[in-house]
Write a protein that binds this ligand. Structure first.
Ligand code: NAD
Length: 266
């Protein structure tokens, strides 16, 4: 399988390293970056090249594109990838909280028959939520707890004094749509949980900065006709980006590997 990657930050570089170890048959052939980006100085996988425009990127004979660049990039490039008939696996799932972006992605996929694939990312339990949904889910609460440094550069800075917190402080309580749109680099998991269960407007979210946190903790609590599920994941973060969980690029690798497996679990 030949893949292209949009973005070359912490997640994309981790993805490339992981593919080389776990799935060397999956070849990274193009990496789309912005011209003048410092990503250009980072080493690439063997056989891969940088592209600086969507046209250059899509000119390669790609079987799959993986987006690792953020909401704006997904909104800008995602529809073109799907319209060209190439499947798209996305990390910046929260971009789908913006209804016109969601519609553009889905319509582009329907137009060409390409698939928009949403990985579990930093969480798990989506299989349970997806199955439970068929029986009816009444409530879903997603909670995220990260170190204050992971909330730097986000609107959390205006809501709490991140530099001087002495105890866990919840600064956002609301629905998944607002969470994903207000905290695009941090609340992608809220979007994944919402899409797998009862949607952006009914999924409730709490976001917390915790000075004692040693990683990113994701909690999911869902209740419905099926019963009840409570799940907690305490994940380590990527060394290059404390906003991003180590599990996020691993989940991308698993999603790609599953496309080639004879036996697929989950
Ligand atoms: N689904 C999940 O569980 C999950 C978890 C963490 C992060 N994310 C998402 O994944 C994205 C990537 O995470 P990261 O840790 O690599 O972030 P990062 O900031 O380290 O890297 C993002 C890179 O994308 C580049 N970029 C931005 N716009 C671009 C464009 N139009 N074209 C090409 N490159 C562009 C940036 O220059 C940067 O190098 C985040 O923005 C976030 O939306 C998802």
């Amino acid at each position: 399988m030949k893949i292209g990657i949009i973005g070359y930050g912490a997640m994309a570089q981790s993805l490339c390293r992981l593919l080389a170890v776990h799935a060397p048959q999956i070849q990274v052939v193009k990496v789309l970056i912005r011209s003048g980006s410092k990503a250009q100085t980072k080493p690439l996988s063997l056989g891969a090249e940088f592209a600086f425009t969507t046209e250059q990127f899509l000119a390669a004979d790609l079987d799959m594109v993986v987006e690792c660049a953020g909401h704006a990039a997904l909104k800008q490039v995602g529809p073109d990838v799907l319209k060209s008939g190439v499947d798209l696996l996305i990390a910046s799932v929260g971009a789908m909280a913006d209804a016109p972006t969601e519609q553009a992605l889905i319509e582009s996929a329907l137009q060409s028959g390409a698939k928009l694939r949403i990985p579990a990312g930093a969480v798990g339990g989506l299989d349970v939520l997806g199955a439970a949904k068929l029986a009816g889910i009444d409530t879903v609460i997603y909670s995220s707890r990260k170190h204050p440094k992971a909330w730097r550069g986000t609107p959390a800075e205006k809501l709490v004094d991140l530099e001087h917190l002495t105890k866990p402080t919840t600064f956002f309580v609301g629905d998944a749509r607002h969470a994903a749109m207000t905290f695009p680099q941090n609340a992608n998991v809220a979007a994944v949980v919402a899409l797998a269960s009862i949607g952006f407007d009914r999924t409730q979210v709490t976001l917390t900065a915790d000075p004692s946190a040693t990683g990113n903790t994701h909690g999911i609590h869902a209740k419905g006709n099926f019963g009840e599920v409570t799940l907690t994941i305490s994940g380590k973060t990527l060394a290059d980006n404390p906003k991003t969980s180590m599990l996020a690029p691993l989940s991308l690798v698993r999603s790609l590997m599953n496309l080639e497996q004879t036996v697929v679990v989950g």
